[in-house]
Design a protein around this ligand. Structure first.
Ligand code: NAD
Length: 472
């Protein structure tokens, strides 16, 4: 078992102000694999002071300096690929093939997109008789979740640095080791001390202290909608800006005439990616009444191929839930679906027979759900898919828009224009047409209760900028 004692503040590892620790548990073995300090408000004060101290120098650094530093950071992440994969498999339980592509590969790809954007971003433009400059927002508090831990860190810290901001990061307590790797890479990249600070700690203590800190100019939060509301309220009392990436209950809309077999198979894989612990997962599948029984059959077959197994085994597609708490929550949601009278197509709330140890949940599909049921409205964050049927396109649209969320979705149709026309009427930040690929340069973020602001690409950079205009 590893024991870590330091917090990364002002360019050095310093002892935490408190003595409390967080245990990092491997969800497949249920063993404690490491402890890290549970940071305190005092640690947060020191980190914010360090970030504030570094803000003027970094904020005035030129494009070349930032590009060089971010290139070293990106290359450092790429060089630690194997450690990152091993760590995320161990502390989160992501199946190793997915961990390679998404947990280790995507953050490097996202960092590369910011090198390209920064290379020619216009930080200055002429508007009539004004010269308008894009200035850094200042000191950024970054609060990140555990489900794509390194991606979510990179999607905040890299554009913040590109914009000239300094950062205090409080990563999720369930995945502290991959955040430490990030801090080590930052350290090796030789950024000026205080430019990036990383505090391990619990949300209610270190997280709350950071979100409400008067020395912070912008709070960038990814996590649950409930905590997002608290974070926004805390930041609001200091008039700090907020960027919120919150939950989802995304609809995969399969219109009549679409390639049903492909749409259902891709839809199940999307819903169960990373054990369904994905904010943008298509957890609702909308099919026409005429296609329903065939879709149910296809979804059952696809879901039953997600056999729970050891995440370190390359053949495994479904690992454990991140924690016992998350497993219990997901099982409770499945029980609620059964109690509400939805048809259980496959899976269920019982623990799978194998593996005997670990926080596993059966891959579960429901049909005949109504939009009022919790399985059709609430984010579950587990391998649970709900099928809903519609009579016509108007009803499909009403169902697609019938949740408080609006993060992501899919639309499938024989004719692309028809799918695009449908997607344009969805109150949803990002929609994939006929299974099109994820684009790390496209703005990512939600309508309605799925958030405020956007990450990734140029839009993600601009979250961390503020204009100054000089009239000439
Ligand atoms: P969470 O809201 O519990 O925690 C997120 C982060 O906030 C963690 O670092 C946590 O320690 C911290 N935190 C908790 N309470 C806090 C408080 N009172 N003040 C300040 N910080 C606090 O979320 P989670 O369980 O880690 O992640 C799962 C949720 O994240 C899901 O709802 C999911 O949809 C959402 N999510 C959204 C996106 C997106 O981009 N929209 C991406 C990934 C995850």
């Amino acid at each position: 078992m590893e024991t870590h004692e330091g917090q990364y503040i002002g360019g050095a590892w310093r002892p935490s102000a408190g003595r409390d620790v967080i245990e990092d548990v491997n969800p497949a073995t249920e063993q404690v694999i490491a402890t890290v300090p549970a940071g305190t408000a005092e640690d947060v004060d020191a980190a914010v002071a360090a970030a504030r101290g570094a803000a003027t120098t970094w904020g005035r650094s030129d494009r070349r300096t930032r590009l060089d530093a971010l290139t070293r950071l990106r290359d450092g992440l790429a060089a630690r690929r194997e450690d990152i994969v091993r760590t995320v498999v161990a502390e989160l339980g992501t199946p190793v093939r997915t961990a390679e592509a998404v947990q280790a590969g995507l953050p490097v790809a996202v960092a590369s997109t910011y090198l390209e954007i920064l290379a020619d971003y216009p930080f200055e433009e002429q508007v009539g008789n004004s010269r308008v400059f894009a200035e850094p927002a200042g000191v950024v508090a970054a609060l990140t979740p555990w489900n794509y831990p390194l991606h979510q860190i990179v999607a905040k810290v890299v554009p913040a640095l590109a914009a000239g901001c300094t950062v205090v990061l409080k990563p999720a307590e369930d995945t502290p080791l991959v955040a430490r790797i990030f801090a080590e890479v930052v350290d090796a990249a030789g950024l000026p001390p205080g430019t990036v600070n990383v505090i391990s700690g619990r949300g209610a203590e270190a997280g709350a202290a950071l979100a409400s800190h008067p020395g912070v100019d912008l709070v960038s939060f990814t996590g649950s909608t409930a905590v997002g509301r608290q974070v926004a309220a805390a930041a609001g009392s200091n008039l700090a800006r907020v960027a919120l990436e919150l939950g989802g209950k995304s609809a995969n809309v399969i219109l009549p005439g679409a390639d049903l077999a492909r749409a259902v198979k891709t839809g199940v894989s999307n819903a169960f990616l990373n054990g369904g612990q994905t904010c943008s997962a298509w957890t609702r599948m909308l099919v026409s009444e005429a296609d329903l029984e065939q879709a149910v059959d296809l979804a059952r077959q696809a879901a039953e191929r997600f056999t729970p197994g050891d995440p370190a085994d390359p053949a495994t597609r479904l690992g454990p839930m991140v924690s016992a708490r998350q497993r219990d929550r997901v099982r409770g949601c499945i029980e609620a679906g059964v109690a509400a009278g939805a048809r259980l197509v496959t899976g269920g709330p019982e623990a799978p027979e194998k593996p005997g140890t670990g926080f596993y949940v059966r891959p579960t599909v429901f049909a005949d759900a109504t939009p009022e049921m919790s399985i059709a409205r609430e984010e579950i964050f587990g391998p649970v898919l709900t099928l809903l049927s519609y009579a016509d396109e108007d009803e499909a649209l009403a169902l697609a828009n019938a949740t408080d969320y609006g993060l992501a979705g899919g639309v499938w149709a024989a004719d692309q224009d028809r799918a695009v026309a449908f997607a344009r009427r969805m109150a949803t930040g990002q929609v994939d047409i006929n299974g099109a690929a994820f684009n790390p340069r496209a703005p990512f973020g939600g309508f309605k209760n799925s958030g405020i602001g956007r990450e990734l690409g140029r839009h993600g950079l601009e979250e961390f900028l503020q204009p100054q205009s000089l009239q000439l």
